[in-house]
Design a protein around this ligand. Structure first.
Ligand code: PEP
Ligand code: MN
Length: 338
């Protein structure tokens, strides 16, 4: 249930609403805007509580039931678009933010070359995996702590913020001490312990869509982060599993306008994991920008043929640079820039 306070409602009036909610054993999240305060009432029993109990209180403008299972990620809770700050780069504004880098951090030389290449082409955030969630336990799991150290060194030398994945709740503090933004991967979208800890980290989080999850489940997972007080959440569409087997995953472009309609959170698109093949990445990246994505996450490797992970879907720096030129034209035609 969402209680919208009148413009200029006093703090005392807001407190009365909060006290009432607490007396009914409801959780409360306050959204104090410049002109308006919105109070989200959380709990499994809100359906049984009459809205009038709140509507009659002084200073209350309206009370809306949210039938959707997600609340804090909803447009009803926050009408204004959220803008996320990743090391000074704003995601969710006019600029389409390009995040690029290798799937896995492999060596200092590989990461440095990737970082320099993507920055030169116009990417503003570097991504590289230090901890890799692999389908098989026998696959390369990433350089882990050593990978984080390399990310920190390259971030400083190349002067670019970094995002990297965290796969375990117990690694959240460690990864947060190196990264400007945490990534939660597709396989962990519903790892609720991980979401809860990442939500307390104080770092922005990019939450990838589970490849078998609906948009509603994805937004409800985002609520786990937001419920911890984390406001800086970016959603990332990366393809879903369908009957189609000519691509690695089917890129759900419709997720972009659906998220824009139903949520205030920025949404970016990862065409690389959906495509599974470098030759398909540019078209899917262009489609995402045309559809209104706030950013892209693209795998780029200085030498894709030698990559330890996801080489087939990685672009070379020169292919990436060519794609960036095309994306600039598309961004301009939809009133954005890169
Ligand atoms: C990745 O970003 O390298 C990755 C493993 O992606 P996903 O979680 O979307 O599969
Ligand atoms: Mn990858």
């Amino acid at each position: 249930m969402i209680v919208e306070m009148r413009t200029g409602a006093s703090r005392k009036e807001v407190d009365v609403v909060v006290q009432k909610a607490k007396s009914l054993d409801l959780g409360v999240q306050l959204n104090i805007g410049t002109d308006k305060t919105v109070v989200a009432l959380l709990g499994s029993n809100t359906g049984q509580i009459p809205t009038d109990i709140f509507a009659v209180l002084p200073g209350v403008e309206s009370v809306t039931r949210i039938m959707k299972p997600y609340k804090l990620a909803s447009r009803e809770f926050e009408r204004k678009d959220t803008v996320v700050d990743c090391g000074g780069v704003k995601i969710g504004g006019q600029r389409v933010v390009i995040i690029a880098g290798p799937c896995a951090v492999e060596s200092e030389k590989q990461l440095r070359q990737a970082a320099e290449g993507v920055k030169k082409a116009g990417a503003t955030i570097l991504r590289g995996g230090a901890f890799k969630p692999r389908t098989s336990p026998f696959s390369f799991q990433g350089l882990q702590k050593k990978g984080l150290e390399l990310l920190a060194a390259v971030k400083k030398d190349v002067d670019i913020p970094v995002v990297t994945e965290v796969v375990n709740p117990q690694d959240v503090a460690l990864v947060s001490s190196y990264a400007d933004m945490l990534q939660i991967g597709s396989r962990n979208m519903q790892n609720f312990a991980l979401l809860t800890d990442a939500g307390k980290s104080g770092r922005p989080v990019v939450l990838k869509r589970g490849f078998s999850c609906t948009i509603t489940e994805w937004l409800t997972a985002a609520d786990y982060l937001l419920a911890e007080g984390e406001k800086q959440v970016v959603l990332c569409e990366r393809g879903i599993r369908t009957f189609e087997d000519s691509v690695r995953f089917s890129l759900d472009i419709s997720a972009v306008p659906v998220i824009k309609r139903n949520s205030h959170l920025p949404v970016i698109v990862d065409p690389s994991h959906a495509a599974g093949h470098y030759s398909l990445v540019p078209a899917m990246a262009r489609a995402a920008v045309a559809a209104g994505a706030d950013g892209l996450l693209i795998e780029v490797h200085p030498n894709p043929k030698e990559a330890l992970v996801d080489g087939l879907q990685s672009l070379s720096p020169s292919d990436f640079s060519r794609l960036m030129e095309e994306l600039r034209t598309i961004a301009k035609s939809v009133g954005r820039y890169i």
